[in-house]
Write a protein that binds this ligand. Structure first.
Ligand SMILES: [Zn+2]
Length: 59
């Protein structure tokens, strides 16, 4: 365990690795989780549009 200052909120924390504190990690996780599902949804739609064109090119 090491004593560090959280790079995000500057609170002093004791944890195994250098990085954001527990609170910040929770926030980052929920932020990235929602952003990730948005990106996944946006990335998924174009694929659905590409498929008909790919089929059309084959014919
Ligand atoms: Zn923090």
């Amino acid at each position: 365990m090491i004593d560090i200052s959280c790079p995000r909120c500057s609170n002093g924390v004791t944890q195994r690795f250098y990085g954001p504190c527990e609170t910040c990690r929770e926030e980052l996780r929920s932020t990235q989780a929602s952003a990730g599902s948005e990106v996944a949804a946006q990335a998924y739609e174009p694929k659905m549009n590409v498929t008909p064109n790919a089929v059309a090119l084959k014919e």
